[in-house]
Design a protein around this ligand. Sequence first.
Ligand code: BGC
Length: 458
Amino acid sequence: MSAAKIPQLVDAHSHVHQTKFVYLAAAFAALGGLLFGYDTGVISGAELFFKNDFTLSTFALEVIVSGVLAGAAVGALVGGRLADLFGRRKLLIATAIIFGAGAIVCAVASSAETLILGRIVVGLGIGLSSGTVPVYISEVSPANARGWQVSLFQLAITVGILLAYVVDYAFAKIEGWRWMFGLAVIPAAIFALGMLYLPESPRWLAMRGRSEGARSVLMRIRDASTVDAEMRELEGTIRQTKEVGVISDLLMPSLRPALVIGIGLAIFQQVTGINTIIYYAPIILQTAGISSASGAILATAGIGVVNVLMTVVSMQLIDRIGRRPLLLTGIAGMVVTLGMLSLSFRVSVQPGMLAWAAVIGMMGYVASFAISLGPIFWLLISEIYPLKVRSSSEGLAATFNWGSNLLVTLTFLSLVRWAGASRTFLLYALFAVAAWIFSYRLVPETRGRTLEEIERFW
Ligand code: BGC
């Protein structure tokens, strides 16, 4: 082997190592998404059984089910701010510990009050994770792979939901609701250990004036030849910002368009009805005429699988064709499939046909969401805000997302009872039309641009 080839080989080797390291960082952080998905999904199965062990008023039951969402809204708001002040990594370690503690409290709860407390703690964990994980991944990823790496968060959410369905199913026979809640301790422990090993975000370090720290992190996660250029770009942005922003900075005029986009997408992601399907699919399917519980559960698992697979498809495309085409195509698909669902509950067809139309409509709808509003909402809110208030603003958008989730979840069954399934889905279809127009007019393309370029764009 010629001497000239040796350095090349060493270079190639270290490049592979660094690329792998950044994958590892993204994958471990995404465990926060897995816990988010698992802990929101697990309740539908567990609920059937803890009801038998405690005397619960309807209100107590509602608080147990929705307490997570309220906790998450608060967690996202507080966590985003804390991640700007104290760093992404510390917040993520705290998040993992909170997830673990919440799981244990739920698993050993001997009263409804303790269970409520446990679920609120879990909710805080979910909120913290949704306010910090996307930003952390976005800040460690290279620009040309940021799309799919941040989408790992959404992929982990969908896998977490699926895992919850499987665990619920497996423990249903022994009515093992304590296991259902408690098993979340395992991913929480892996998440904590992973984050102890992983570095702080180089962008946050640079913002806190720790340029040397930022450079040494970049040396671990990048090809050495690109580090100088990235540091120059980073320092250029920081020269203009210097300090961590204060809350009132969120209202500065230059931030307004980004704030509107983040909050708008947060609301649209929920009011187009995704969680009526994720949380209530078996009930909807039974309304459509699938009479056996196991048939409904099987179809629900099928929806979970479609959700995971289509998220993978989205990840393949997102850095190649960009955010906007995927977002607009997916939302258009949501409009069509929601319309189809609405229609299938309206026209009087034979029950068997209605069930099929509902299953196909729901699968098509989840597939459309999974390539668009699912991952792209979380991705955009990790990209579009300036560094000095990035996590605070992302957390604010996430808070609106959880608030809207709570609203839709609490009103869905009453809406169906009051206006019928057909009109309810028609309402979500109209919201999806509004979401399409909103995205078409306001959402910028961020593919391939560095976070610093996006920041200068505003
Ligand atoms: C949403 C969740 C939803 C999940 C379904 C996420 O992007 O924020 O509310 O349950 O997608 O896959």
